[in-house]
Design a protein around this ligand. Structure first.
Ligand code: UD1
Length: 369
């Protein structure tokens, strides 16, 4: 049974690593058909800090095939991945293609496979923000529509799929795969020297990430968030590993002055273990990432999400997440609430227990793919 596993961006590596581990474990157990994994990196992310470091931190094996597509417009990137991945499908003839998350690499690989009638498994299926201005929402809806196995992290995702007419027998509630990586690497991350290197003290800083086009590609929105950050930084140090897209825009829009402040540490993007260490020890997180909303819920760290919708509602209803969008006053008010000891306390959702990848591999083995 040959399975092609496709990854291309930072969050993909975090989701693929537990699957590779679960496949190794399955093969070592000598029960059932062995799986031959074929790890394909599309090259959507390519800088050391955006790609290679994740392979090292997560102990991912070297990819078998690198498509080298790089950056571009959505159509350019998606089509280049399709063209290159189709060649891999012809040459390698996998029995199944596994895609994860909601990035352009996810949709492109799924589409190339489905057109050749290669079955597709989508890990993190069913998530919906119901906001079609997000490129990720389009990727999610389309990938789910052409997948044969839909592995969901929470029951709200099952409900979304059923409403879209997906047959129950294709849907498998398996839990959150990012929690697998987090729980597996937590002890290792705790040994990271990131706090020491940055001169930080446990609980005395907030961690910020921001890269959504709606926040960073539009000057007015970036300005509203920048104003809030300046105010929050008067009460607590902000550590801000800056995504390349965001750095280009802060400079391009002439907003650097908001960040020239000793209480805002602008640093390069971090690897998985250093970032996890900073998350474990911070007072709270501000982010527009999808995965970080889940990770903070697993860790029980308050999270202010710089968006007005989330495709992960369980992190709000059960977890530690609060949506604050780009609303300057709201961001500041919620941050102050946390600093006054009134941060949200949450629970870890069911099945976010570190065993999601094993459940996925079991399903695939039992169905003979
Ligand atoms: C992509 C995903 C997003 C995900 C994010 C994780 C899509 C539509 N978006 O967004 O869902 O949350 O990855 O980080 O797939 N760049 C570099 N070095 C790199 C990669 C990118 O400098 O290694 C720069 C390039 O200028 C590029 C820009 O960042 O044009 C955006 O990269 P891209 O992969 O298109 O989108 P992300 O914003 O990273």
């Amino acid at each position: 049974m040959k399975i092609a596993l496709v990854c291309g961006t930072r969050p993909n590596f975090v989701k693929i690593a537990p699957l590779m581990r679960a496949i190794r474990k399955h093969n070592a157990s000598s029960e059932g058909t062995p799986i031959v994994p074929l790890l394909v990196h599309t090259g959507q992310h390519y800088d050391y800090q955006m790609s290679r470091i994740f392979f090292e931190d997560l102990e991912l094996p070297e990819q078998d095939i690198h498509l080298g597509v790089g950056s571009g417009t959505h159509a350019e990137q998606t089509s280049r991945i399709m063209i290159e991945f189709e060649k891999v499908l012809f040459q390698e003839v996998p029995n199944l293609v596994v895609v994860v998350g909601d990035v352009n690499s996810t949709l492109a690989a799924a589409l190339a496979a489905a057109k050749l009638q290669v079955p597709v498994a989508h890990v993190e299926a069913g998530l919906r923000s119901f906001d079609r201005t997000m490129p990720e929402e389009i990727n999610r809806v389309l990938t789910d529509a052409i997948s044969d196995y839909l592995f969901t992290p929470s029951s709200d995702a099952d409900d979304n799929l059923k409403k879209e007419g997906v047959l129950q027998e294709k849907i498998y509630l398996v839990g959150d795969i990012m929690a697998d990586s987090l729980l597996h690497n937590k002890v290792k991350a705790e040994a990271s020297k990131a706090l020491f290197r940055l001169g930080l003290e446990r609980g005395n800083y907030t961690l910020l990430t921001m890269h959504r086009p709606s926040n960073v590609d539009e000057k007015g929105n970036l300005l509203k968030i920048s104003r809030a950050l300046k105010e929050v930084s008067q009460r607590i140090t902000i550590v801000f590993p800056v995504h390349p897209r965001t750095r280009q825009n802060i400079e391009g829009f002439g907003l650097s002055s908001f960040f020239e402040n000793k209480r805002i540490l602008l640093i390069e993007p971090l690897g998985y273990l250093d970032f996890l260490k900073l998350m474990i020890d911070c007072k709270f997180v501000m982010t527009d990432s999808g995965g970080i909303q889940e990770e903070t819920t697993v860790l029980g760290i308050p999270c202010l999400t710089l968006r007005n919708t989330t495709e992960r509602p369980v992190t709000v209803s059960q977890g530690t997440n609060t949506l604050v969008w780009n609303d300057t006053e709201r961001i500041v008010a919620e941050a102050l609430k946390i600093l006054d000891g009134k941060g949200k306390k949450g629970n870890c959702p069911e099945l976010w227990d570190g065993k999601t990848a094993e459940r996925i591999v079991n399903v695939l083995v039992q169905s003979g793919r």
